[in-house]
Ligand binder design. Structure first.
Ligand code: F6R
Length: 645
């Protein structure tokens, strides 16, 4: 997907960006990389060069540093340079942007802890040169502490290079919306969205501190050089507002438009809403390949409020798409071609229609009865994201297998686990109930944020297994076709997961080899840089790479669905499976079996609705979008993209 998107940009070279007419909507220099690793290496190199050049002049290098997910790979690369290339931090002085308040230094959620874990403990920086706002100062001392922090920065000679991330509120540091252009280091109340984003690490929004200490906007602006990092689709909308929008305290990062030595380093997903990437026909000539013209025509329908077959030449001309008309004929021809293309994505036969001409259908007719393997990152994504399609595959006679990639145990609350443990104890099935009593005791005496014991995790995992089996039985799948992979990368007991290892990939290879599927379905959440869905997808991609040479793989197609949080854009969809109102209700019921994920789940995200509500809303909206394009009016639709591995 990254590579495909890249075609829409004329140039992504660092030096060239900003030269072209197509950047005319952009008020800030930015450089787009195809992924966060490439961008991070470039930034680490700039920081290392600065440290080295300062050292050559006998000077200290003053760095302003950020925490969060965005700078992690930059720190990893700096550590690598220290370990392998002798990069020394002996002349480096650091000032961190912010810290939660109140917060102790040994709390694993503290930024003090984060910085030591990711950088300071791994390089030769002098401890006295490290400054992280102190979350332990008393309320009485806080005001003076902030003044002193600001003074310490000034007395060091000022920040040479400030690294920033950006929050979805547009905060830099913790300068939330409403922050003043001339604000200095101070305490601040965290915005609701910021707390939502921090909630998973704190195991629930109620545990996120309400306040923080942060450098101010003025403090940041005084830096001689600023680099802001943003990765992933989650950041795309705030990045567009920050780079193309008006300067406003509502989006504090827009204040950076005033700074004349700032660069935004983005990956293609974070940049995906910039005008030149999202609608390149509005900024200059484009190369009209099939994908870009589909995207533009769907956009044109949405912009004009017309269905595909009602678009006229004038609509194309008025909206930067005249070159498409010139290249490809009249609007009439373009419209018909597009209409047929979208029409052909609709099928009630996701496993292929038996004995039918399949030349313009999304799936092959043969073999009539297919072996289908649905990968579900957590034990519920299968029904949330493709419950209707799942139901059709089973009822149309295919051999459907479900493989739950992770146990999903950390998303089961202690209350839920306690309920099952107490039910089990009260059954009094065995004289020796010390095991279950031990579990009950562990849950009851658990400290905030503590990691569950192996036994409690096991119980939570089993709860999710039983819920999954209830749902798969309801949809008519025999238990022996339901596989719980419990991939090891997930089993840390905390939000932070291990990297994928050989054992994860081996488990994935085994299940695919055992079933030899004609169709694989998987969660295609490509944009999520760290989440379980992305890691689960990577595990599948790695396994497919290994298995590709095997003959059975020639006949195996991979379809990607989207997880609970987002949907494919209409122009990307290659198969869409309609649902009748009854099928919508059946899907809802299948989701209901996942009781531990109902009524206030632990990892809610910024959408307070339950999963079944989100799924229904999304499936209904997809159907509405199809209908608005002039296609048949269905109750709901599930969408898929075919991935050629
Ligand atoms: C962290 C900080 C914040 C983060 C921002 C993005 O020190 O000041 O502004 O940079 O919230 O966080 P991530 O990188 O986790 O998306």
């Amino acid at each position: 997907m990254e590579a495909k998107l890249l075609k829409y940009t004329k140039s992504i070279a660092y030096e060239e960006s900003g030269k072209f007419e197509e950047t005319r909507f952009e008020k800030k220099h930015n450089v787009i990389f195809s992924n966060s690793s490439e961008g991070s290496l470039k930034v680490a190199k700039e920081i290392a060069d600065l440290i080295i050049s300062k050292k050559a002049k006998g000077e200290q290098c003053i760095l302003g540093l950020a925490t969060g997910s965005s700078p992690i790979k930059v720190y990893e690369e700096l550590v690598r340079m220290h370990q392998e290339e002798g990069l020394s931090f002996s002349n480096v002085v650091t000032f961190n942007l912010d810290e939660y308040y109140p917060m102790t230094k040994d709390n694993i959620q503290s930024y003090y802890y984060f910085m030591h874990e990711h950088l300071f403990n791994l390089v030769d920086i002098l401890p006295e040169n490290i400054h992280v706002p102190d979350g332990t100062v008393t309320a009485d001392e806080l005001h003076q502490y902030c003044i002193d922090y600001e003074k310490a920065i000034d007395e060091s000679g000022g920040i040479d290079l400030q690294l920033l991330g950006i929050g979805r509120t547009g905060h830099i540091g913790f300068n939330e919306p409403g922050s003043h252009f001339n604000s200095e280091t101070r305490s601040i109340i965290l915005d609701y969205i910021t707390k939502v984003d921090a909630a998973p690490s704190f195991l629930g929004i109620e545990n996120v501190p309400k306040k923080a200490i942060t450098m101010g906007i003025k403090t940041v602006r005084k830096a001689k050089r600023i680099i802001l990092l943003a990765w992933g689709q989650n950041k795309s909308s705030i990045i567009k507002n920050t780079i193309e929008g008006e300067i406003s305290s509502k989006v504090p990062a827009t204040y950076l438009q005033h700074h004349n030595n700032t660069t935004f380093i983005l990956d293609i997903e974070a940049a995906s809403e910039l005008t030149r990437i999202n609608t390149p026909w509005l900024v200059g000539p484009c190369v009209w390949d099939e994908k870009l013209s589909s995207k533009a025509i769907i956009w044109l329908c949405q912009k004009t409020g017309k269905s595909i077959l009602k678009l006229i030449d004038e609509d194309y001309n008025d909206n930067g798409m005249s070159s498409l008309l010139v290249e490809q004929g009249s609007s009439y021809d373009l419209n018909i071609k597009m209409f047929n293309k979208v029409q052909r994505t609709i099928t009630g036969w996701p496993g292929g229609k038996p004995n039918a001409d399949d030349s313009s259908r999304p799936e092959r007719a043969n073999p009539i009865n297919k072996r289908v393997l649905i990968f579900s990152p957590h034990p519920d994504d299968d029904v949330i994201s493709m419950g209707g399609t799942f139901d059709r595959l089973v009822s149309q006679g295919h051999e459907v297998h479900i493989a739950y990639q992770t146990s999903g145990n950390i998303a089961v609350s202690d209350y839920e686990a306690l309920k099952f443990a107490e039910v089990s104890k009260n059954m009094k099935c065995s004289k020796d109930d010390s095991f279950i009593s031990g579990i009950i005791n562990q849950i009851k005496t658990k400290k905030d944020n503590a990691v569950d014991s192996v036994e409690v995790r096991k119980l939570k995992g089993v709860i999710r297994q039983m819920e999954s089996l209830a749902a798969t039985r309801y949809l008519g799948v025999p238990d022996e076709n339901v596989h719980f992979l419990n991939l090891p990368f997930y089993e840390t007991g905390s939000i932070k997961k291990n990297p994928l290892c050989d054992e994860d990939i081996a488990i994935m290879c085994d299940i695919i080899e055992q079933i030899k599927p004609h169709q694989i379905y998987a969660a295609g959440d490509l944009a999520d840089p760290h989440g379980t869905h992305r890691v689960s997808l990577n595990a599948l991609f790695d396994a497919l790479k290994i298995l590709k040479p095997k003959p059975f793989m020639d006949d195996c197609w991979l379809w990607l669905y989207r997880g609970a949080w987002q949907e494919w854009d209409i122009h990307e969809i290659e198969m869409v499976v309609p649902m009748s109102p009854d099928q919508v209700l059946k899907k809802r019921k299948a989701i209901f079996f996942h009781q531990s994920q109902k009524d206030g789940v632990m990892f809610q995200g910024n959408d307070i609705r339950e999963f079944w509500m989100r799924a229904e809303d999304r499936n209904t909206k997809t159907a509405e979008k199809y209908n608005n394009l002039g296609l048949a009016d269905y109750a709901a639709m599930e969408a898929f993209v075919r991935w050629h591995y």
